[in-house]
Design a protein around this ligand. Structure first.
Ligand code: FMN
Length: 246
């Protein structure tokens, strides 16, 4: 079984590609988290995969919450994790190993989705990254199928600093106070349905953020009206969602 978490579709796509290539199934962690469901125990010897985006050089908090609800895999189960990232992963996997045993770890470079730092990459950059990912995923799948103990991760410079210091700072400071809607909002409620933490409620047809946010950017990036902004910083920035055409 492959479980994935995804804000804007990159990790969902990687999980689906890996599931196809390894003849496995994949499911969205958010479905479990939102419904308060507990993932079932693995069948003895069943493979377990985790696919998620890097957030501030760590796994997102919701991924750790999900893992804490997973019945621990037995020693016969091969466990792998794949992170998607816009740049580099730091010590994401050392951090994750505090929560679960991992036999192999991989990173896949994908288009950047943290719109608070930068707008959408150019179409050429997006295409280039996705083409490279398409070539890499079968290699990761082959490594998984062979049950390899692999660590194919682009950690970047100063991984301890980024994961330890910046990761801690991000998780301490992250909040939703600057999310708001513009006059373009038609109260469709897509954002409330998408939020993996069920952090958005509709008040007289207007989204209200409830204070439990990890900045996955699903609401802002996927709003069909482009009616969600974060302060003023996103006003002129183009949105990114994994392109259906790929
Ligand atoms: C809050 C946040 C923090 C991020 N931090 C990092 C990071 O530390 N390193 C990195 O390379 N990419 C970072 N990114 C980019 C995402 O990891 C990357 O775009 C990922 O593929 C998005 O996957 P998704 O579409 O499945 O959510 C961050 C994105 C967000 C929203």
């Amino acid at each position: 079984m492959i479980y994935y978490f995804s804000g804007t579709g990159n990790s969902a796509w990687v999980a689906r590609m890996l599931a196809d290539a390894t003849a496995d199934r994949c499911e969205d962690m958010s479905t479990y988290l939102k419904n308060g469901w507990h993932p079932p125990p693995l069948v003895p010897g069943e493979r377990l995969g985790l696919v998620f985006p890097v957030h501030a050089w760590r796994p997102p908090r919701v991924v750790l919450d999900f893992i804490n609800q997973l019945p621990p895999p037995s020693e016969e189960s091969y466990v792998f994790a794949v992170c998607t990232m816009g740049g580099f992963a730091g010590n994401t996997f050392s951090f994750l190993r505090q929560f679960i045993r991992l036999d192999s770890c991989y990173s896949v470079l994908m288009p950047e989705n943290y719109i608070l730092l930068a707008g959408r990459e150019s179409d050429a950059q997006i295409k280039h990254k996705i083409t490279a990912a398409k070539a890499l995923i079968p290699k990761i799948a082959a490594s998984i199928l062979a049950g390899k103990k692999a660590f194919l991760v682009k950690r970047g410079l100063l991984p301890s600093f980024f994961t330890g210091c910046i990761g801690a700072l991000f998780n301490w400071r992250v909040n939703d106070r600057k999310f708001h809607t513009t006059a373009k909002c038609n109260g469709c409620g897509t954002c409330a349905g998408l939020c993996p933490l069920s952090n958005i409620s509709l008040d007289n047809g207007q989204p209200k953020w409830q204070g439990n946010c990890i900045h996955c950017m699903a609401c802002l990036q996927r709003c069909p009206q482009q009616a969600i902004e974060y302060g003023k910083i996103t006003l002129s920035r183009k949105r990114y969602v994994f392109p259906d055409s790929c």
